[in-house]
Design a protein around this ligand. Structure first.
Ligand SMILES: Nc1nc2c(ncn2[C@@H]2O[C@H](COP(=O)(O)OP(=O)(O)OP(=O)(O)O)[C@@H](O)[C@H]2O)c(=O)[nH]1
Ligand SMILES: O=C(O)[C@H](O)COP(=O)(O)O
Length: 227
């Protein structure tokens, strides 16, 4: 078995558009870079993963030991379908598609998705509202098509039925917590605070609404998103 992780990444100059009302373009790029870094660092520490690929139209991304695949520019599902074919040709028999906006992702989350996905041939991790899909584990030879977009979780369940697969649905906070809307960012900043300060009244509005790693030094990151 050869398992590759495939991460789609929109050009950071255009990503996280729904946060435009609360974050500047530079802050959004920083957030995108920090979340991607979290996802890459997590994947790099999982022995079951043999390779990591990013499919992206962005040109300013460099990352150690990450395969960068071009984005055909026809949307998320087309990018992932192309990436899947490319990785299958390179020998991938299993694929873990994972969004780049999962700031709480931990190794145990990914390992659970791989283990449960291997039991049935398909693992699906929904977002915390069970509307969207944040990660999918599948075999590369399967007929399964991606249906990312609004209501993708029920759409992926229906796609599983169409393919005769019984999906393992994996609900874990690290997989379920994605950042799309301003209220997601507020919830995240609460998680990010040390336990002892979560109820402290002295926080400024900025501190309350921005994760601390937004202001952390990017120098420690193995991955760079060009400003
Ligand atoms: N390669 C690629 N990745 C995409 C595309 N659209 C979305 N993504 C990625 O797919 C994941 C989920 O993206 P969304 O939450 O739908 O979009 P977003 O850019 O993060 O946020 P919004 O601009 O607010 O919709 C993230 O990792 C995105 O970077 C695309 O067209 N191509
Ligand atoms: O299928 C999905 O979950 C989308 O691609 C992303 O949806 P989101 O807007 O909930 O991140």
């Amino acid at each position: 078995m050869t398992c590759w992780a495939l991460i789609p990444l929109k050009d950071p100059a255009h990503g996280k558009g729904r946060l435009a009302g609360v974050l500047s373009p530079a802050e959004r790029r920083r957030l995108i870079g920090a979340m991607l870094d979290r996802v890459l660092r997590t994947l790099e520490n999982i022995p079951q993963i043999d390779g990591i690929a990013l499919v992206t139209p962005a040109s300013g991304i460099t990352a150690r030991d990450i395969l960068i695949l071009p984005d055909p520019g026809e949307g998320l599902n087309a990018s992932l379908a192309t990436g899947t074919r490319t990785l299958a040709k390179r020998g991938a028999s299993e694929l873990l598609v994972l969004h780049a906006d999962l700031p709480l992702l931990a190794c145990t989350d990914v390992e659970a998705l791989i283990a449960l996905g291997r039991c049935t041939g398909l693992g699906i991790a929904p977002d915390r509202y069970r509307r969207g899909t944040n990660a999918i584990f599948l075999k590369t030879g399967s007929d399964f098509s991606f249906h990312f977009g609004v209501g993708s979780f029920p759409a992926h369940l229906a796609e599983a039925v169409r393919c005769g697969l019984v999906p393992s649905v994996v609900d874990r906070p690290g997989l379920a917590m994605d950042i799309d809307e301003p209220h997601d960012l507020k919830q995240l900043s609460w998680y990010d605070l040390p336990r002892s300060t979560r109820r402290a009244p002295a926080l400024t509005p900025f501190e309350r609404s921005h994760p601390t790693w937004l202001t952390a030094s990017p120098e420690s990151s193995p991955m760079r998103v060009r400003d």
